[in-house]
Write a protein that binds this ligand. Sequence first.
Ligand code: GLN
Length: 535
Amino acid sequence: MAKYVFVTGGVTSSLGKGIIAASLAKLLQARGFKVTIQKFDPYINVDPGTLNPYEHGECYVTEDGAETDLDLGHYERFLNIPTSQANNVTTGRIYQSVIEKERKGDYLGKTVQVVPHITNEIKRRVQLLGQNGDYDIIITELGGTVGDIESLPYLEALRQLRWELGRDNCIVLHLTLIPYLNAAKELKTKPTQHSVKELLKTGIQPDILVCRCERPITQAIRRKLALFCNVEIAAVIQSIDAETIYDVPLLMQEENLDSTVIAKLRLIEKRDPKLDKWENFLKRFKNPDSEVTIGLVGKYNELQDAYKSIYESFIHAGAVNRCKVKVKPIHSEAITAENAAEHLSGFDGILVAPGFGERGIEGKLHAAKYARESGLPYFGICLGMQCAVIEFARNVLNLENAHSTEMEEQAQNPVIAMMEEQKKIKNMGGTMRLGSYPCDLKENSLVHQAYREAKITERHRHRYEFNNKYLEQFEEAGMIPTGFNPDTGLVEAVEVKGHPWFVGVQFHPELKSTVENPHPLFVAFLKASMDYRDK
Ligand code: GLN
């Protein structure tokens, strides 16, 4: 039977529950346990696929095509194992299934209520991943902050589950903040005491407190927290601000978070943690030999979380190349034909980001043109590839009014267009080409050299595609399609002949980069950028 660890948050949001959950999971995995993490989000959207990146950061896509919270990206990057639809559940999805059951008459005339119907559905979903014996431990992160109205059904479900499974099988880790008051020169425990009281109101006594702090918490503070929050002193864990999120597993290990969890769940220690790959990555990451500067051309630049996986992929790939990667956001709306050189000439490479809609498109096209003409390494992801194609059509093939039908439905030359099957779909959620698809790579292409494989799979999230009607024209003029979906013939990658490194991909490589498996395209792009810098 799987054992359960719940991670709740108190005092404020943004304390990094996802990173704590992922770090704990990493440590348990390093000790030989089979672990997975899931996230329950208390909002009413059925999934974050319909959310603007400004609202909720990047939408992370799993192998099976689920549009999920960006914390799942952290889980995969830390654990190096894929997640799935079952790893992210929202209130919307819970209600959706309860209402569907109600309409089918499954409740046999009963009044359908938050307790027990919603809470039962939460409990069922929590235990879904634990059913087949695939995991020893399932960590469940509850989104939101204790005290929020929308968290209540989750906390009630958790309370019940703990009663049903027993406290040796189900523990609660509460993440809180210990602020430092400069005026008093003191760390303050009161917000945490209140937050634990709030949790107690729902009938849940936390087993472990993880305390986010800017300064080390003293033994006296640990004692005070333990006494007033009713936990063991050893279960008060300090989580001090780290230089990088990738330090957190090691910091948690120093605090014995993993052995505390193992003891509380009455598990038998398997082995000492094996973290050599992780430590090796950290060593490389922290001791770079050189530096490159990459321009990230996008329109959601105000919010780093909108491109979370891209930033993290650069960290992984930088460590491989022993190179510090400075990623500077460039607002696509600010780039014009006249100022493109001025904006972009200082970079060693540019990545044109994924995106939706008209805003900022022209800037992305100017960026693609500048990179293509100047020999600056170019990496276009999804919309970034589509822009490279449109730019090439306009300026090399001289196709009048070449565009994507996403931006201009009646474009004279729809070089990027919607596939017939997609046209029929009217709903917004979950209707794109989503999840993992195979791709065959052309021999001797840049992508083939990067992957060192001819058959790959990558994740997708888009509606529009390269229009194969124009395939030959592009190829003849020097934009070479180098990746194809073997089943549908859809173009998945393009390159510009004669350019040192100009690659556009329709898929999202950033979703598959992990600490232990940095993505080959990011590694190759950085290498090309380092070469460009050295010239
Ligand atoms: N908007 C484009 C499409 O739907 C690209 C999507 C993306 O960049 N993820 O095809």
